[in-house]
Design a protein around this ligand. Structure first.
Ligand code: TPP
Ligand code: MG
Length: 531
């Protein structure tokens, strides 16, 4: 029978969905009937938080929406953290959940998996929360969701579709999935030509690319070459332009010598970036640009935050940059700008807390092929890696620094591996963060992923322990008793190793990338001390 639940899955399949991440329940049985009928692959997580991060990792790497199926009530509340993260980074995460029968909704009858108002729970962390009330409305709802996910009617971001149990079982009486054309806001001609004028007249322009421009790196590089402009990449834009490009400043925006390149520019073009202070955390007062600021973004609310801009161009980064490349004349300043970029990068002095972790970052760097995908948790070597470990392709750096939750690296790496099975993927997490989602080792094992998971074990919440010490607070709640990650890994059916030197860490990563299962590589301060 073609139920509404089946029709939702067919509608997703018609839009190109090939894999979903999730945990089934009786409230989502019809979705699983749909999976059976469409042949969409299901990756089983061990907690809905894991499913959400996997789908987000899949989305960030593939550029396509990542889909998670969860039950109503606890399934929905368990996936709120990944939704919050996806909202923060405008990532297209689609959560499809069950909901209680329409007759029970909001009546507090005590039925299983009920929330007082489930739609309200997700509404603040999604771009859209949609409820399928009408059995004929399946394709309309999925179409609306698709538009919101991809930012055709505003900035992209996560979406929740909830399907009441009774609706999921009704026969579907609507039309077949519609063909839809993608609509994007057309950049306003006046602001675009003003941007061209300013860039043409500029004597020392500079460009900053953020995550919203990650797929527009080629166009940005051409514009930078024509303008002779340093091209700064935020952490979310890592890999948008290969780090070897002579005009590129890869994810090192906040270091003083680099900052000077942008502070002194007479025109700063910021594309697809929130100018979040997370990229400039090492400076006391970032964004004191002396020049005119031009912003390009899909999100109209982003334009005057954190600094006012003189020209705002609302539109797709690729389209706007292509128009600018055509519209500005070559300046002949490329070599001079490249010299300034090289000198600034060479003058960076790593602060002590980052420098401490550079040897481990280098050991990881040496072991990874250049087409690497790196998933990083909020852990001390991860902060150093953000600035010092490069990737040479876009959609290869999974470190959601903005939301900054613990536990996302392992499941995001799993989602990345599913999206790009032929590329080397690695996860880096602390002993605290990995325990938030350690159970997803079971999923990685099910899939037989050749995934190295480097666990930096400093026996506790090191970053917070250090912050307390700096603020003269006794270390409360920051120390952990010794956890044996090698035995945990083995218990899940993974390999587990504890290298005794950094050379052995590199060797373990190389071996893990060839293995028939995931490998947990436990690194301690003693490992690093052995060089
Ligand atoms: C969900 C969540 N809870 C709490 C925090 C606060 N926090 C930030 S870093 C950190 C320490 C993490 O410890 P660990 O993963 O071992 O990394 P380390 O700092 O020791 O390298 C904590 C608790 C957070 N970022 N996210
Ligand atoms: Mg730790």
């Amino acid at each position: 029978m073609r139920t509404c639940g089946v029709a939702v899955v067919e509608s997703l399949a018609a839009r190109g969905v090939r894999v979903v991440f999730g945990i089934p329940g009786v409230h989502t049985l019809e979705l699983y009937r749909g999976l059976e009928q469409t042949g969409i692959r299901h990756v089983t997580a061990r907690h809905e938080q894991g499913a959400g991060f996997m789908a987000d990792g899949y989305a960030r790497v593939s550029g396509e929406p990542g889909v998670a199926f969860v039950i109503s009530g606890p399934g929905v509340t368990n996936i709120l953290t990944p939704l919050g993260q996806a909202r923060h980074d405008s990532s297209p995460l689609l959560v499809v959940s069950g909901a209680v029968d329409r007759a029970h909704a909001g009546r507090r009858l005590g039925v299983i998996h009920d929330l007082p108002d489930q739609a309200a729970v997700t509404a603040t962390v999604t771009r859209r929360t949609l409820t399928l009330h009408d059995p004929a409305g399946v394709d309309e709802i999925v179409g609306e969701a698709w538009d919101a996910l991809r930012g055709t009617v505003g900035p992209p971001g996560p979406v929740h579709i909830q399907i009441p149990l009774d609706v999921s079982r009704l026969p579907f009486g609507g039309a077949a999935p519609l063909e839809r054309t993608v609509v994007r806001p057309i950049p306003d001609a006046v602001s675009l030509s003003r941007a061209m004028e300013l860039l043409t007249a500029a004597r020392s322009p500079a460009i900053i690319l953020g995550g919203g421009a990650r797929d527009a790196g080629d166009s940005a590089a051409r514009l930078a070459e024509k303008l002779g402009a340093p091209l700064g990449l935020t952490i979310n834009a890592k890999g948008a332009v290969p780090p070897a490009h002579p005009l590129v400043v890869p994810s090192r925006m906040g270091f003083a010598p680099v900052d000077q390149l942008f502070l002194g520019a007479d025109v700063v073009l910021a594309v697809g970036t929130q100018l979040s202070d997370l990229d400039w955390w090492m400076l006391e007062r970032p964004f004191g640009f002396s020049g005119t600021v031009i912003r390009v973004d899909l999100d109209a609310e982003a334009f005057d935050v954190p600094v006012p801009c003189s020209v705002a161009v609302q539109g797709d980064a690729h389209e706007v940059l292509d128009a600018l490349v055509v519209g500005v004349p070559a300046s002949g300043r490329e070599a001079d700008a490249a010299n300034r970029v090289r000198e600034a990068l060479a003058a960076i002095v790593w602060p002590h807390d980052l420098a401490l972790h550079m040897p481990l970052v280098r050991a990881i760097d040496e072991a990874l092929p250049s087409d690497r995908i790196v998933a990083v948790d909020s852990t001390q070597p991860g902060y150093a890696a953000n600035h010092a470990l490069d990737v040479d392709q876009p959609r290869s750096w999974l470190m959601p620094i903005g939301y900054g939750t613990l536990g996302c690296a392992l499941p995001m790496a799993i989602g990345a591996s599913v999206a790009a099975p032929d590329r080397p993927v690695i996860a880096l997490a602390g002993d605290g963060g990995i325990l938030f989602t350690i159970q997803e080792l079971a999923t990685a094992c099910d899939l037989g992923l050749p995934l190295p998971i480097v666990v930096w074990n400093n026996k506790g919440y090191g970053e917070i322990r250090d912050a307390m010490a700096l603020d003269h607070i006794s270390p409360i709640g920051t120390d952990a008793t010794a956890t044996d990650f090698v035995r945990i890994a083995e218990g899940f059916g993974c390999h587990g190793v504890r290298p005794s030197s950094l050379d052995e860490v590199s060797a373990a990563i190389t071996e893990a990338l060839r293995a028939d299962r995931p490998t947990v590589i436990e690194v301690t301060p003693e490992t690093v001390a052995h060089g």
